[in-house]
Design a protein around this ligand. Structure first.
Ligand code: SER
Length: 906
């Protein structure tokens, strides 16, 4: 019987031997695909033999033929087996046909061949054997499917500006970890991503050396060598996996040593094009293209260049010629794609000027800002997308930062599928650029407080998988999708049939953050960390906090803000679209359902229990956050009602809601204090909502709780004062003027107050003005001069003590008025504390829009204040340490409207 067993064993072995045959000439992607295929077959106990270039195979067992569809090998095998392929798929596509004996995998290009191999590999891994009959033609819908990694940090480096991070081991130890890269690239290829974007302000000084500017390099030579090696390693490993590495950079940033040598700033939004910087940048780009021929470029013309005409000139005369010089040095005549970011520029204008010079331009624009807000985008933002989508060969949707999804787990297949559909149909896009779900500035880690720390790519596997799946194909049947995701989750957590409940938890909770931000948020930008909550002033007086119009007119379905809703209620007018009341009911309901679903599954978890518990905790966090917002919005609606009713009882009714919202916040503190290191990964002064994140402060719920407690205390005290008749409006004091020496000889002054005329050439006169500003020494401006392109506002002065310049911006989108700088498009917008509105509706001038006050801080010295063209008020200087109690003064236009109500909370 020993002999019989042996014979049986031998037969079994021969039966399970598989020959993989490829053409004689292969390439890196094909080899990689074959290697992965072989690995999966061996794991399923097959013996694998690889043969190259054989045509007459004498193998009895199974054969897999892999190669380009057009190759002789594939064509012969198809004919010999009487198989038809109907049509040849497009870019990155593949066909698979099989009989009992042979499996044919043919790619329309090398990526297609690789993806064909991976499709069979997936099937073997799922079923444990090589599929017997398989027939498929497949190709991706989106032509670019990429993820991004920031060579950026949670805080600024000492003495350096925003985005300025030299690439070295100290700043980015993970960058030199090859094992980590392989793990990440494997994750990407498993999900069929085909691009990897690396973001950095000015990468060139860490990667190229220029003969003309040898001192510009900002890393030591050992690091320089290592960087080169790492980029080559990365591009090679990525290329095998069908992934194109793309370097992103901002304009114009130069290296610190270059700046010092040429007595320049590393970045300066207001400076014109300087020839030496243009020459340095052009040469850097040329050298980069020459030395890293397989790396693409993603160009951000903002944030360090203000002027659109400069941006156009920069793109057409510095960047494109730089790329062309690099290609020429390589002897190349083709035009590899250059990707133009629309951020902080007008991409259609730039494209128009650039297309005659370079045909292969792609465009990229943010999907819904720096948050994920909706799968129903519309309005002016959708129009920008469509213009670009119809203009460029490839228009890429940037799912950016996700400041409203930080830090909790988020992975809703339903939401993602619908978003990708919207990208195609509403935005006319055919590419995806995906940020990490959370902790972008802290890559590779997530915010979870674990030891060792979790890798974001592991934690957020659902995030990467969902976007990739629908970027490949968004036309998938929902019922089948539910089965697919449920089964994946079932396997991950070993929870027999309960995967569906975990999927439900992801999908219910997945709607909460988008709804909160699009109905109650100030901005979809990084400036707001939504999970930390919002102050009452931000809910009842959003304009004071610089509310972003796009969030309400583009980044969600039509609906009403809290203030609009309150007004309509008071006037008894009908409501339209998503209302705040609808939103709070919805998020509370989704929170409840998410918890029920996760608890259903919780009893059945047999695998990855710790991670499951973290996911479960996140569901409780979502629920607490939903309740916090719901109660607070209810309170806000009552406070806004008081604005009309003047009935203190409305304010009193708001108290219990505010108390409840505080209870829910305390729950959030409890749920997060041991489980999360922070709420947001950008831990700088660029974060201003709900409160400044400067110096890494205010990044946990525990730190925020006392502020919310204070808010309630103030509210109760102020109501008591109101009732006693002692206080009806805020008590504020006049600001003290500071003396400076003005260099502009032509400037004349005026005393800020009722009746004053702030312009030299227009007769407008101030009707109402906030008490704080009365008596300041304003400077009369020529409105016409301010409005002329290029002349603008320009004041030069000397100050011995620190001062703040008080500037009044007209609240209007009309080009006649200059807009305050916004952190959404300019990360330096708050360097002088000028991004925040200090007083809203502070000056009433009949015939002109309401005026908001911003202040600019200056250290002692000779200083310049410059603004883009458009009228504004220069209301004078105050001492550098003056603190303005921020509030809505309530002077809209010439009339004194209802006084702002913010003071109730201070
Ligand atoms: N807001 C910045 C940008 O869009 C940071 O990501 O580039």
């Amino acid at each position: 019987w020993i002999l019989i067993t042996l014979l049986l064993l031998i037969t079994a072995c021969t039966q399970k031997t598989i020959v993989i045959v490829t053409p004689q000439r292969t390439n890196a992607r094909l080899d990689f695909g074959v290697e992965r295929l072989q690995q999966s077959l061996e794991e399923a106990d097959y013996q694998v033999e690889i043969r190259k270039g054989e045509t007459e195979l004498d193998h009895e067992g199974k054969v897999i033929a892999v190669g380009p569809i057009s190759s002789d090998l594939l064509q012969d095998e198809l004919t010999r087996n009487n198989l038809d392929i109907d049509s040849i798929p497009g870019k990155e596509g593949y066909i698979i046909r099989s009989t009992d004996h042979v499996t044919i995998i043919g790619g329309s290009d090398s990526s297609g061949t690789l993806y064909g191999c991976l499709e069979i590999r997936d099937s073997i891994q799922n079923s444990g054997h090589l599929p017997n009959s398989f027939s498929k033609n497949n190709q991706p819908e989106m032509v670019m499917r990429g993820t991004s990694i920031g060579l950026q940090k949670t805080s600024l480096l000492p003495g350096r500006g925003v985005y300025e991070y030299p690439i070295n081991e100290k700043n980015f130890p993970w960058f030199y970890n090859k094992k980590l890269w392989i793990k990440y690239l494997d994750m990407l290829v498993k999900n069929r991503y085909n691009a990897l974007y690396l973001w950095n302000g000015h990468p060139f000084a860490s990667l190229v050396k220029l003969k003309k500017y040898p001192d510009a390099v900002e890393v030591d030579s050992a690091t320089f060598r290592k960087n080169r090696e790492m980029y080559h390693f990365l591009t090679e490993e990525a290329n095998k996996r069908g992934i194109w590495v793309i370097q992103m950079f901002y304009n114009v940033i130069v290296s610190k040593p270059f700046a010092e040598k040429h007595h320049l700033k590393t970045q300066d939004r207001n400076r014109p094009i300087i020839p030496v910087i243009a020459d340095y940048t052009k040469r850097s780009i040329a050298s980069f293209v020459e030395n890293y021929p397989n790396v693409g470029l993603l160009v951000c013309l903002g944030e360090s260049m203000r002027n659109l005409s400069d941006q156009v000139e920069w793109f057409t005369k510095t960047i494109i010629p730089g790329v062309k010089d690099g290609l020429k040095a390589l002897g190349r005549t083709d035009e590899p794609p250059i990707i133009l970011r629309g951020h902080d520029t007008k991409a259609p204008v730039v494209m128009k000027a650039a297309l005659p010079l370079y045909k292969n331009l792609y465009t990229m624009e943010k999907y819904t800002g720096e948050s994920l807000t909706t799968y129903q985008p519309r309005g002016p933002w959708a129009k920008v997308h469509r213009t670009l989508g119809d203009m460029a060969t490839t228009h890429i949707e940037n799912v950016h930062i996700l400041s409203n999804l930080e830090p909790f787990r988020w992975g809703s297949p339903d939401f993602v599928q619908k978003s990708v559909e919207a990208m195609h149909k509403i935005h006319h896009a055919n590419g995806l650029h995906l940020y990490p779900q959370a902790s972008y500035w802290d890559w590779p880690y997530s915010a979870d407080n674990t030891d060792p720390r979790l890798l974001e790519m592991d934690r957020d596997w659902m995030w990467y998988k969902t976007w990739a799946r629908y970027a490949w194909n968004s036309h998938r049947n929902r019922k089948e999708e539910i089965k697919y995701w449920s089964s994946l989750l079932e396997k991950k957590y070993g929870c027999n049939q309960y995967g569906k409940e975990i999927l439900n938890a992801y999908e219910f909770s997945g709607r909460i953050s988008p709804i909160i931000i699009r109905r109650f948020g100030i901005t979809e930008g990084n400036r707001q960390t939504m999970s930390l909550g919002m102050f009452m002033s931000q809910l009842i007086s959003p304009d004071r906090w610089g509310v972003i119009a796009l969030l309400y007119n583009s980044d969600g379905p039509e609906g009403e803000t809290i203030t609009q809703y309150a007004k309509k209620e008071w006037l008894d007018k009908p409501h339209k679209g998503e209302t705040p009341v609808w939103a709070i009911d919805k998020i509370v309901d989704e929170g409840k359902k998410a918890i029920q679903a996760i608890e259903e599954a919780a009893l059945h978890i047999t695998k990855n229990k710790e991670e499951f518990d973290r996911l479960k905790n996140d569901m409780y966090c979502y629920n607490a956050m939903a309740h916090f917002y719901a109660q607070k919005v209810k309170a806000a609606l009552l406070v806004l009602r008081y604005q009309y009713s003047k009935d203190v009882r409305d304010l009193e009714k708001a108290i219990p809601y505010l108390e409840k919202s505080l209870d829910w916040y305390a729950k959030l503190v409890k749920l997060t204090k041991d489980t999360y290191l922070y709420a947001n990964s950008m831990q700088t002064g660029q974060r201003t909502i709900p409160i400044s994140g400067a110096n890494g402060k205010n990044k946990t719920w525990k730190e925020l709780l006392p502020y919310y407690q204070e808010e309630l205390k103030h509210f109760k005290n102020n109501i008591a004062l109101l009732k006693s008749g002692k206080r009806e409006a805020p008590q504020v004091e006049k600001l003290q003027p500071a003396s400076v020496k003005i260099r502009n000889e032509e400037l004349t002054t005026y005393k800020v107050g009722s009746g004053a005329q702030p312009f030299t050439d227009e007769a407008y006169s101030i009707k109402n003005v906030a008490t704080e500003l009365k008596g300041l020494k304003g400077y009369k401006m020529s409105m016409k001069q301010q409005q002329i392109d290029g002349v603008a506002t320009n004041i030069q002065f000397e100050n011995k003590e620190p001062v703040k310049l008080v500037v009044g911006f007209f609240n209007s989108s009309n080009r006649d008025f200059v807009a305050p700088s916004a952190l959404e498009t300019n990360a330096n917008a708050n360097n002088r504390g000028q991004a925040s509105v200090r007083l809203l509706n502070a000056v009433g001038i009949p015939g002109l829009p309401p005026v908001n006050i911003h202040t600019y801080y200056y250290k002692p010295g000779t200083n310049k204040f410059k603004l883009d063209h458009g009228a504004c008020l220069i209301l004078g200087f105050i001492k550098g340490d003056e603190v303005i109690m921020e509030r809505d003064v309530g002077f809209k236009g010439g009339e004194a409207d209802a006084n702002g109500l913010d003071w109730l909370f201070y």
